[in-house]
Design a protein around this ligand. Structure first.
Ligand code: IMP
Ligand code: MG
Length: 187
């Protein structure tokens, strides 16, 4: 465990449930700058709608939007896929829908983590059906080997082992979202 990287998060430092820090804050921010550059090039001359998936993607959308050198709009959706446990429920339900009409828009779904890919597969299909010009995905974290074949993630920040992690938007029962780093959660 790298205690040094937890400095600045005093409340979390002595939390026995927090394990190894797998992505330090500076590592996350550097990666987001890289993603922002690539996205800016790929969508050059177009206007982009970032669709953040609440609540987990909130911090990622905020940082990614500032790393993209284009006129972007944002909108948010909330879906339920996990309850208060660390296991997927297998059910995806739209809890809050977009305010924006997607007709003719270039849409980039911004997700903080892809685990089974269930949520994302559902969202891509759902947004594609709304006459968007394009629908692509940017995921900060992708769990290794967990996704069904055919799920296309255009932009991936980091591939991580299939363990439960918290921080940088990711929670366990709403806790830990405001940590600036990503750490393993120990049951
Ligand atoms: P999926 O449908 O299994 O891909 O799960 C996607 C959603 O589950 C993510 O957007 C997160 O909200 C949540 N999730 C998946 N893995 C983790 C994790 O390791 N920590 C916290 N939340 C997670
Ligand atoms: Mg999410």
């Amino acid at each position: 465990m790298n205690l040094n990287s937890k400095s600045g998060s005093n409340w979390a430092e002595s939390d026995p449930s927090l394990g190894e820090v797998i992505l330090e804050a500076s590592v996350i921010q550097n990666k987001i700058r890289e993603l922002g550059k690539v996205i800016s090039q790929d969508y050059s001359g177009r206007s982009l709608l970032l669709v953040g998936v609440l609540k987990g993607a909130l911090l990622f959308v905020a940082d990614l939007a500032r790393a993209i050198d284009l006129a972007v709009e944002f909108d948010f959706m909330a879906v339920s896929s996990y309850g208060v446990t660390t296991k997927t429920s297998g059910v995806v339900r739209i809890v809050k829908d977009l305010d924006t009409d997607l007709t003719g828009k270039d849409v980039l779904i911004v997700e903080e983590i892809v685990d089974s890919g269930l949520t994302l597969s559902y969202l891509v299909r759902n947004l594609q059906a709304r006459n968007a010009r394009s629908v692509q995905v940017c995921a900060l974290l992708v769990k290794d080997g967990m996704q069904p074949p055919g799920l296309d993630i255009a932009y991936t920040g980091f591939v991580i082992p299939p363990v439960f992690v918290v921080g940088y938007g990711l929670d366990l029962a709403e806790k830990y979202r405001n940590l600036p780093y990503v750490a393993v959660y120990k049951d």
